[in-house]
Design a protein around this ligand. Structure first.
Ligand code: APR
Length: 230
């Protein structure tokens, strides 16, 4: 059975990483267009770099929760039959042990050089303008996908969706495309679709099954019902 799992900010909420659109969400106090667009970076790079430096520090002190751990356990059981596609820029899936992972919105851990396009691991806060390890330009930005930019690895994700028997959406409000369209895509291609979320999202195409509850509970329960080790 081939499974594609899409995760969003809700899976990391219980690790203490704020979501975006809930009442105490991250965009509150920040207008998206002030921190998460290429135009914002051009206009006020200090504010944008400071925002992402702070997010990276916050994530560094967070720990994977039982939902991340259950998905890593599922991967250990079924290997290549599972692909996790995350919209999250935190590294909690990796730290839980997941290896087959697509960061479609990039990752806080990496910098992208606007001079030479090299991607590097961030060592020092970007607000201090560290040099690119490839070309030495002091032109690094966070390697995250901002509004108006193209998400990463769309071909790989679509290939996995085409052959998926099950598509599972975890902790995402379904507001941001193309990820928000994957339930319709997978469903049209014959996959069974499942949503695990604190509250059902208002997806344009209904899921075959919706389980409401905190990710730390509903995800391990769903994984254990699959009985992958039997
Ligand atoms: N368990 C499960 N789901 C939860 C939990 C929890 N403990 N807490 C919150 N949720 C759900 C909310 O009900 C909501 O549906 O997680 C979802 C979070 O939605 P958003 O804040 O919109 O986050 P997400 O869907 O990941 O946003 C998508 O938008 O802002 C951009 O690039 C950013 O990747 C992000 C994208």
């Amino acid at each position: 059975m081939r499974i594609v799992v899409l995760t969003g900010a809700g899976i990391s909420a219980e690790s203490g990483v704020p979501t975006f659109r809930d009442s105490d969400g991250l965009w509150e106090g920040h207008r998206v267009e002030d921190v998460a667009t290429p135009e914002a970076f051009e206009r006020d790079p200090d504010t944008v770099l400071r925002f992402y430096d702070a997010r990276r520090r916050a994530v560094a002190s967070a720990l994977p929760n039982p939902a991340h751990l259950a998905l890593a356990e599922l991967e250990r059981a079924i290997g290549d039959d599972l692909l996790i596609v995350t919209q999250n820029v935190d590294d909690l899936h990796e730290r839980a042990g997941t290896r087959r992972l697509v960061h479609m919105h990039g990752t806080l851990a990496h910098a992208l050089c606007t001079a030479c396009d090299a991607v590097s691991v961030i060592v020092d806060d970007l607000e201090g303008r560290p040099a690119c390890p490839e070309c030495a330009s002091r032109a690094l930005r966070p390697d995250v996908v901002w509004f108006g930019e193209m998400p990463y690895d769309l071909d790989r994700i679509e290939r996995a969706l085409v052959t998926a028997d099950v598509f599972v959406s975890i902790g995402t409000s379904g507001n941001v495309y193309p990820a928000a369209g994957y339930v319709a895509f997978a469903s049209a291609l014959g996959a069974r679709t499942v949503e695990l979320n604190l509250v059902p999202s208002d997806a344009a195409v209904p899921f075959d099954e919706v389980r409401a509850g905190p990710a730390s509970q509903v995800v391990p329960a769903w994984v254990s019902e699959l009985r992958p080790d039997r």
